[in-house]
Design a protein around this ligand. Structure first.
Ligand SMILES: Cc1cc2nc3c(=O)[nH]c(=O)nc-3n(C[C@H](O)[C@H](O)[C@H](O)COP(=O)(O)O)c2cc1C
Length: 154
């Protein structure tokens, strides 16, 4: 079974909740799923990762949530080269923060692209001003994503 790793960056648990809610959709589509709440660079390994989904909220002024920051910083500093990586990205934010809306997710997307990784489909940005429970936006998006990217494994 292909391994899908869900890399979570959260302050208050919303992004983790999204990861837990979408996990069964990937399992039904034939993937083994691991949710990583405190990811390290070692987890981003071509041998053990067939596909990645990043669920990342924003804190501060466009900043990565606490436990996710060292992981993102390690990618930036060690520049591992991620040409093998295919990923999806769900960013959680709040548009009342203006310019820094979904800043962490957007920053991460740029960082991964800079390492040669390929994003499958568009990034989902969930706005807490519009969507009280991020799952309400994430679940249909993931269903659509699995279909559109043909991620169902026979
Ligand atoms: C102190 C604080 C700072 C925040 N800063 C931003 C921000 O700069 N940009 C943004 O889009 N959302 C910001 N948010 C909103 C959160 O990203 C949003 O509520 C998100 O759904 C939280 O997800 P989580 O439960 O996974 O931490 C901030 C929230 C808090 C409490």
């Amino acid at each position: 079974m292909p391994m899908l790793k869900i890399f979570v960056g959260t302050m208050y648990g919303g992004a983790l909740d999204v990861a837990e809610q979408v996990k069964p959709l990937f399992e039904e589509a034939g993937h083994e799923v691991a949710i990583l709440e405190n990811p390290t660079l070692d987890d981003l390994d071509a041998e053990t990762t067939d596909l990645a989904l990043f669920c990342v909220s924003t804190t501060g002024s466009g900043d990565y949530p606490g436990a996710f920051a060292p992981f993102a910083n390690a990618i930036a500093e060690k520049s591992p080269g991620l040409g093998w990586l295919r990923y999806g990205l769900i960013a959680l934010g709040d548009s009342s923060y203006g310019e820094t809306f979904c800043g962490a997710g957007r920053q991460l997307d740029e960082l991964l692209a800079g390492q040669g990784a390929t994003r499958l489909g568009e990034r989902l940005e969930v706005d807490a001003m519009e969507t009280f429970m991020a799952d309400d936006a994430a679940l249909p998006w993931v269903e659509e994503w699995i279909d559109a990217q043909q991620l169902k494994v026979a």
